[in-house]
Design a protein around this ligand. Structure first.
Ligand code: NAD
Ligand code: TDX
Length: 335
């Protein structure tokens, strides 16, 4: 379908900004309108270098129906990344997660319904709950929803709204549920950048629980190419899982970071576990690969991790001012 004028919500955040850069670099002729509230997780600097004629930035809230009414009629599609995205924050204070993730998605769907706008919803594998470490199964599009945290249950709620707006009103939607992203510009509250920036600051990295929890890592550029593939070739009403066969436990990821940054394997602290901590995520992306022909490109985790470490070392100005507050918040939680 024609997607020459798209709205990207949350385009100043980690994955949204990487998507906007990817579109500008790989899809000539596409104009992007970024709609972002610039919460603590949003940063206009993430969009630096994008030519003016390719992007319009709108500072605003996805819950603002009047603002949406001014933007949506001109767009071919809405690609919806905006969210409160951090599990630990959702445990400390769930309210903003219900507002942005549930109410915000509802307002966008209402605007898409009114104007018949194509809508792609970015979601997470966490809606499926977790798998046991010794279970050979992986999540598929048929796995029942079983979210554990306020964050993942708010994302599951938003997915269900999107499905209902398709079935009842015929809104032309697709949904993608992706595994854990890593790469440049990820907020330093998240696992990989928190540990890299800890080491850069002389703070010992912090590992939750027994460190055996497994996450299925994908480079954010592969997430971007998958979202574009689904937006332009996906079948309306369908869900696609995005993953790149990157299962690793947290201890192994932390040891890989320590080794690359010249530290000993035990140069870290064990800290209090996350309440309700999901044990393992694993994605089977066969449907996306078979039906739409998508393939991940960044399949060498070591190379991706080297680049990510280098990015944080080279861009201290980007993260330094947030570091003390992030660590103070974790310290107050015993983490
Ligand atoms: P992020 O926290 O880095 O960025 C979120 C962005 O949304 C920020 O720019 C923020 O300012 C903006 N935002 C928040 N509330 C808003 C509101 N009410 N109105 C407008 N903008 C608002 O998040 P991220 O890690 O880039 O995640 C992006 C999306 O991808 C989310 O929907 C998340 O659920 C999903 N996702 C993330 C991962 C991951 O590993 N990080 C994996 C799968 C799916
Ligand atoms: O300091 C830490 N120590 C630690 O052991 C932090 C911050 C995390 N962890 C553990 C918890 C998780 O098992 O590392 C793992 C990854 O943690 P996060 O980076 O917080 O990610 P996760 O909770 O898995 O969720 C991420 O992937 C799915 C994103 O934040 C979500 O937005 C996405 O939906």
């Amino acid at each position: 379908m024609a997607c020459s004028n798209i709205i990207v919500t949350g385009g100043a955040g980690f994955i949204g900004s990487n998507f906007v850069h990817w579109v500008v670099d790989n899809q000539p002729g596409v104009h992007v309108t970024v709609l972002d509230a610039l919460t603590y997780a949003g940063n206009k600097e993430n969009l630096a270098g994008i030519p003016e004629e390719r992007m319009t930035f709108v500072h605003g809230d996805i819950c603002d129906a009047a603002l949406l009414e001014g933007l949506v009629p001109d767009a071919d599609a809405i690609v919806h990344f905006a969210a409160e995205s951090h599990n630990d924050n959702s445990i400390a204070d769930p309210a903003p997660f219900i507002r942005t993730n549930v109410e915000g998605t509802f307002q966008l769907l209402e605007a898409a319904r009114k104007h018949g706008t194509r809508f792609h919803h970015i979601s997470t594998d966490e809606v499926y709950g977790d798998l046991a470490l010794d279970d050979p199964a992986r999540f598929t599009e048929e796995t029942p929803y079983h979210p554990s945290s306020p964050y993942s249950s708010s994302k599951a709620s938003s997915d269900l709204l999107v499905r209902a707006w398709h079935r009842t009103y015929g809104v032309p939607i697709t949904i993608s549920n992706c595994s854990n992203n890593y790469g440049p510009r990820q907020h330093i509250e998240k696992f990989i950048p928190r540990q890299i920036t800890n080491i850069l600051c002389g703070i010992r990295p912090k590992l939750y629980g027994d460190g055996q929890n497994v996450r299925d890592w994908i480079h954010t550029e592969d997430h971007s190419s998958a979202v574009w593939t689904i937006l332009t070739k996906g079948q309306l009403g369908e869900t696609y899982l995005i993953g790149a066969d990157g299962e690793r436990n947290n201890l192994d990821v932390l040891r890989a970071i320590l080794e690359r940054m010249g530290k000993e394997p035990d140069d870290f602290d064990w800290v209090r576990d996350r309440p309700g901590h999901d044990r393992r995520y694993a994605i089977d992306s066969a449907k996306l690969q078979r039906e739409l022909g998508w393939r991940p490109q960044h399949t060498d985790f070591s190379l991706g991790l080297d680049d990510t470490i280098r990015w944080y070392a080279d861009n201290e100005d980007w993260w330094r001012s947030a570091k003390d507050a992030v660590e103070a918040k974790y310290a107050a939680q015993g983490q």
